[in-house]
Design a protein around this ligand. Structure first.
Ligand SMILES: N[C@@H](CCC(=O)N[C@@H](CS)C(=O)NCC(=O)O)C(=O)O
Length: 241
């Protein structure tokens, strides 16, 4: 049976995995759940129920109906079902697919580098960037103020580190793409909507973004109707442009 990748019909944390599936030319069903942006993001995460991220609304209903019926041990989005292998957790899914295609790094040193980049990317995204959006979705003024704080605070330091690490390499771990490149691409894409002037200073990162987009399978994917309909821009574009 064709493996199924399930996520909201937005880029979010699902897009690096879609890119990886496209890059590796895996056959997959791209199961899109309609996302009620306002209702989902206006609900703050309750610490005692960390997975209860999504409130019932007619738009989110399909996911809520599927959530506990897919045989997932930790029901969440994104998920990936490949025969008997059923999993959630975006980095878990990415590593599962990447391992099949030898995209986790070739040597112990490269594997360590990929792990470190993935961890750093997630730390920035989940603990610094995303909370600003999620916690302030009902107050755009506060969202913009807090994002300014991020852009003028920790972001330049992060970009310095990434830019220095990338140097003149083709991809983040050398000449070959690894799965973490798709997560880094997504992070930089988000940053380009909140800090375009700052991003423009990092020409090696700009060129890197273009190299990812020029990978033949990715270039082809970006021309598909599915991509242009749902995934051309991240939510950040809607919120900050
Ligand atoms: N750390 C998890 C986060 C999962 C998560 O928070 N998913 C959000 C979308 S980004 C969601 O809506 N989950 C559905 C649910 O909680 O029912 C991952 O990386 O996969």
């Amino acid at each position: 049976m064709t493996p199924c990748f399930g996520y909201w019909n937005v880029r979010g944390i699902g897009q690096p995995i879609r890119s990886l599936l496209e890059f590796t030319r895996e056959q997959y069903e791209d199961k899109l759940y309609t996302h009620s942006f306002a209702s989902a993001l206006s609900v703050p995460r309750r610490p005692e129920r960390t997975t209860d991220f999504v409130m019932a609304s007619t738009e989110n209903m399909e996911w809520l109906q599927d959530k506990y019926c897919l045989g997932l041990d930790f029901p969440n989005l994104p998920y990936y079902v490949d025969g008997d292998f059923k999993m959630s957790g975006s980095s878990v899914i990415a590593r599962y697919i990447a391992r099949k295609h030898n995209l986790v790094g070739q040597t112990e040193t490269e594997i360590l580098q990929v792990d470190m980049l993935q961890h750093t990317t997630y730390d920035i995204y989940w603990s610094q960037f995303l909370p600003i959006v999620i916690q302030n979705v009902m107050d755009r003024k506060k969202m913009k103020q807090e994002m300014d704080g991020f852009v003028n605070g920790p972001l330049p330091g992060h970009l310095e580190n990434f830019s220095k690490y990338l140097g003149d390499k083709k991809f983040f771990v050398g000449d070959n793409v690894t799965y973490v490149d798709f997560f880094l691409y997504e992070l930089f894409l988000n940053f380009s909507y909140v800090a375009s002037d700052l991003m423009n200073k990092y020409t090696n990162i700009q060129n890197y973004q273009e190299r990812i987009e020029a990978l033949p399978a990715i270039a082809k994917y970006m021309k598909t109707e599915r991509y242009t309909k749902y995934f051309e821009k991240p939510m950040t574009a809607r919120l900050f442009q």
